[in-house]
Design a protein around this ligand. Structure first.
Ligand code: HAM
Length: 424
């Protein structure tokens, strides 16, 4: 036998035993996005490498060690590690920001060459919302409230919100100097990564997961002491608005995020159900990014959730994915019965929107078909035997509640299945 071809490390197949959870996350989210006025975009998974190095930042883990980059006849291309840079690039390439605001959402695979573990993959899927051209704190709060509503819609209870502000680039500049002084005084305690960051992006040291640095990080001065007034007012307003609509949060002054484009509000929804990979949804303001990528000064804010992580949390919380069994399954043995049954099922599919019907196992014997229907979890067997065929009717056999079988006309069958499909 020929050798089997192995999948690529950290890239998963999502099969039918998992896909109902994905479908649930997607359907609840899609409805909410539309309700909040976001419009969907579909963007390329390949972009020029420079897009990510200029936006996410050269010194971030993502750009410095996690990108899938290759040379395409002299062009350096990268599989997108996240969606925000691409959304901004697309808005600029297509002239979407000429005196206009945009509320866009994106869903699809992202790629990071991380060490795979539970909740962390090399191909993973994000859904993200991006509001371009909005400066007001209302939009930060609205976006966060949207995510809170999404968790409620999915029935999630183990996620909590961490919130911070990292101010404007200018106020961060002042703070960076103070941080550099603090960490330089203890240079001998820093690891290689932190020494590298000390030179160009000391804020990211605060994000280090190295336990040896914990004390030093805890002793570092806080950005809140260097915050500019406008950012402070903005942040207070975001908090007040979240309070008004009952979204609970914890202030986390050390939350800085692992991408360089953020300014002001940053946040993460975290869970204790996924071990080390605690963030299920993260985002914030990126007021400087559009200009950094060649556009005019345009404030913006957004977030992205990881679908794999949301599904894993749902499962850890024993949240089901909704009914996937068919409403009805055909049971018809004999050539003429099978043809009548085939046509009946086709008519039911046409006339009962959303109904789930299965043809079952047409070539099996009558009893085997009935057993198969029972095993499928279907609510009804639609039985077509000799007498039903003669009468042009169908025997509707409830498989779940023990009520007796009934001989019904096609019209009655349509009505009954409409009720079943409507109550599902
Ligand atoms: P991020 O925090 O890098 O932010 O990723 C967002 C979410 O993607 C995380 O909270 C997590 O749920 C999921 N995620 C990230 N890496 C992995 C991985 N290796 N495996 C599985 N899931 C993962 C961003 O990407 C920003 N673009 C978010 C944003 C949108 N900010 C503003 N707008």
């Amino acid at each position: 036998m020929a050798d089997l071809i192995q999948p690529v490390k950290g890239m998963n197949d999502v099969l039918a035993d998992q896909s109902p959870w994905w479908a649930k996350v997607e359907s609840v989210a899609h409805a909410l996005f539309a309700g909040y006025g976001y419009q969907r975009v579909y963007l390329p998974v390949l972009e020029r490498t420079e897009l990510f190095s200029r936006s996410i930042g050269e010194l971030t883990d993502i750009v410095s060690k996690e990108m899938f980059t290759f040379d395409d006849h002299g062009d350096s291309l990268t599989l997108r590690p996240e969606g925000t840079a691409g959304v901004v690039r697309a808005a600029l390439s297509n002239g979407l920001l000429h005196n206009q605001q945009q509320k866009l959402w994106l869903s699809g695979p992202m790629f990071r060459r991380e060490k795979p573990q539970k909740g962390r993959y090399r191909q993973f899927h994000q859904m993200s919302v991006e509001a371009l051209g909005f400066a007001e704190p209302e939009i930060d709060a609205e976006l966060i409230a949207l995510s809170a509503r999404l968790w409620r819609g999915l029935g999630l209870s183990s996620v909590t919100l961490e919130l911070n502000t990292i101010g404007t680039a200018e106020s961060r500049q002042k703070y960076k100097q103070v941080l550099v002084e603090h960490f330089s005084r203890h240079r001998e305690l820093l690891d290689d990564d932190s020494v590298r960051r000390l030179e160009r992006n000391p804020l990211r040291i605060l994000d280090s997961k190295n336990p040896a640095l914990r004390e030093l990080i805890e002793a570092a001065p806080l950005l809140s002491s260097y915050l500019d007034d406008e950012s402070r007012v903005h942040f207070e307003r975001v908090q007040a608005l979240l309070g008004d609509v009952g979204v609970a949060y914890t202030l986390n002054p050390r939350l800085v995020r692992g991408l360089d484009y953020y300014s002001r509000t940053v946040f993460e929804w975290v869970t204790d159900r996924l071990g080390a990979q605690s963030a299920v949804c993260s985002g914030g303001r990126y007021d400087g990014l559009v200009a950094q990528l060649g556009g005019r000064d345009t404030p913006a804010v957004g977030w992205a959730l990881g679908i794999e992580r949301i599904v894993e949390v749902m499962q850890a919380e024993s949240i089901g994915a909704g009914e996937t069994s068919p409403d009805a399954q055909l049971v018809a043995a004999g050539d003429a019965e099978r043809r009548f049954g085939f046509k009946l099922v086709d008519e039911l599919r046409e006339r009962v929107p959303g109904v789930k019907i299965s043809l079952g196992a047409p070539s099996a014997g009558f009893k085997a078909q009935l057993r198969h229907a029972d095993k499928s979890g279907a609510r009804f067997a639609l039985i077509v035997g000799e007498s039903e065929l003669k009468a042009e009717k169908v025997a509707l056999k409830p498989l779940r509640d023990g009520t007796p079988q009934r001989l019904v006309t096609v019209e009655e069958c349509v009505d009954l299945l409409r009720q079943t499909a409507a109550s599902a």
